[in-house]
Design a protein. Structure first.
Length: 332
C-alpha cells in the first residue's frame, strides 16, 4: 500500500476500496485498511479527515430507482465543472453491491461528500473521538456508543442484527411473537453474540471481541473455531487465538461500563493497557519514556470530560510527568 503515502484527503475520498472499508469495516477484504490506519503511516491524518467526511452523513442504504443515479450524476458533473475543483481521476462505477450516490465538490475539501447506497436497507452510525452517543434501534433496543466507534444495523424490524467496531453497550429489548422469543445478534470481529433480552458490553478492536455480560444470558461464539459458551451475569469472555478457545472469567462490570459515565476505571491494570484505552477514546498517541512504567501496575479512575484534569490525574496515577504536544501525550 505504498501509493497511499502520497495520498491527500481528496484522494482517499476517491478511492473505492477506502470508502467501502469506512462504510463496512467488517467486510471481506477490508481489514487491510484497518491495519494501515494502525501502522502509524504519515498520511493517517489525511485519511482520518476523509473518514470524518464520509461518516458525517446519517448513512442509510436503501432501494433507489436507477434513473435517480442518472439524474444525480448529471447534477454532479455540472457542479464539478462549475467549481473547477478536485477533478476525478476515474469514472465512478455502480457495482453489484455498492452504488455511488454523490460526490459534491466545493471550494474546500470539507464540501466533498460521498454517499453510497446498498441493498438491503442498513443504517450506519459512528462517533468521533472523545464523544459518546446513545442510539435507539428499530426494535427500541438501546445502544450506547463509546468514542471512535460505530455500528451498522438492519433497519428491518423483523431481523435484529448489529455489527460493532469499537465499543458499545447494549440494552436489548425482549420481544415475543406468537409465543416465540425473537433473536438478536451482534457481530464483533470474529465473534457472534446471540441474545434474547439482556445488557452487555462489547469491545471489538483488531477484529477481536471482548464481551462483559451485566444482566441476562447470552451465547458467545467464534464460528471460525467452532467455539461457544453460554455467559452468565458478570462473566467476561474473550477469544484466545493462540489456545483456540474462549477464555471466561468473572469480572467487575463497573470496570467495563464506567465509560458511559465519561470516566475510565482501572483495577490492577498495566500502564500500557491504560494508554491504549485512552488512545482509543481521544485519538492521541501515548509515548512512554520511562522504563520503569513497562512493568508498573496501577488502579484508579480517570475523568474524561476535562482533558487537563485527565492529564493531571494520569500524572498522579503513573507517578510521572505527563505533557501533551500536539497529538502526542509524552510520559517521562
Amino acid at each position: 500500500m505504498d501509493k497511499y503515502k502520497a495520498y491527500q484527503t481528496e484522494d482517499f475520498l476517491r478511492d473505492e476500496s477506502f470508502i467501502n472499508w469506512v462504510l463496512d469495516p467488517e467486510g471481506a477484504g477490508n481489514q487491510v485498511w484497518a491495519k494501515w490506519m494502525n501502522s502509524g503511516e504519515e498520511k493517517k491524518e489525511a485519511a482520518q479527515k476523509a473518514i470524518d467526511i464520509i461518516r458525517s452523513f446519517d448513512f442509510k442504504r436503501e432501494t433507489v430507482a436507477d434513473e435517480f443515479y442518472v439524474n444525480l450524476k448529471q447534477r454532479i458533473d455540472t457542479t464539478i465543472a462549475g467549481e473547477h475543483t478536485l477533478p476525478l481521476k476515474k469514472k465512478l462505477v455502480i457495482g453489484s453491491w455498492w452504488k455511488a450516490v454523490a460526490v459534491i465538490a466545493g471550494v474546500t475539501i470539507s464540501a466533498l461528500v460521498l454517499y453510497y447506497v446498498r441493498k438491503p436497507s442498513y443504517a450506519f452510525i459512528s462517533t468521533p473521538y472523545a464523544a459518546i452517543k446513545t442510539v435507539w434501534l428499530p426494535d427500541s433496543s438501546e445502544v450506547v456508543l463509546n468514542a471512535n466507534s460505530s455500528i451498522r444495523f438492519n433497519t428491518n424490524h423483523d431481523k435484529r442484527e448489529v455489527w460493532v467496531t469499537g465499543e458499545a453497550f447494549f440494552k436489548v429489548r425482549h420481544i415475543d411473537i406468537a409465543g416465540k422469543a425473537q433473536p438478536f445478534a451482534v457481530y464483533a470481529g470474529n465473534g457472534v453474540i446471540e441474545v434474547l433480552g439482556t445488557e452487555f458490553n462489547v469491545k471489538n478492536l483488531d477484529n477481536t471481541a471482548g464481551v462483559l455480560l451485566r444482566q441476562g444470558k447470552v451465547r458467545f461464539s467464534i464460528p471460525a473455531s467452532h467455539s461457544e459458551t453460554i455467559m452468565q451475569p458478570n462473566d467476561y469472555c474473550q477469544y484466545d487465538a493462540a489456545q483456540g478457545k474462549i477464555i471466561t472469567r468473572v469480572a467487575n462490570p463497573a470496570l467495563f461500563t464506567s465509560w458511559m459515565e465519561q470516566k475510565y476505571r482501572f483495577e490492577k491494570a498495566a500502564v500500557q493497557e491504560v494508554c491504549e484505552t485512552l488512545k482509543e477514546y481521544f485519538g492521541y498517541d501515548f509515548i512512554i519514556r520511562k522504563d520503569a512504567l513497562d512493568t508498573q501496575i496501577v488502579s484508579g479512575t480517570l475523568e474524561l470530560q476535562n482533558e487537563q484534569v485527565m492529564l493531571y490525574a494520569l500524572s498522579e496515577l503513573f507517578k510521572a510527568k505527563v505533557t501533551k504536544q500536539g497529538n502526542q501525550v509524552i510520559i517521562e
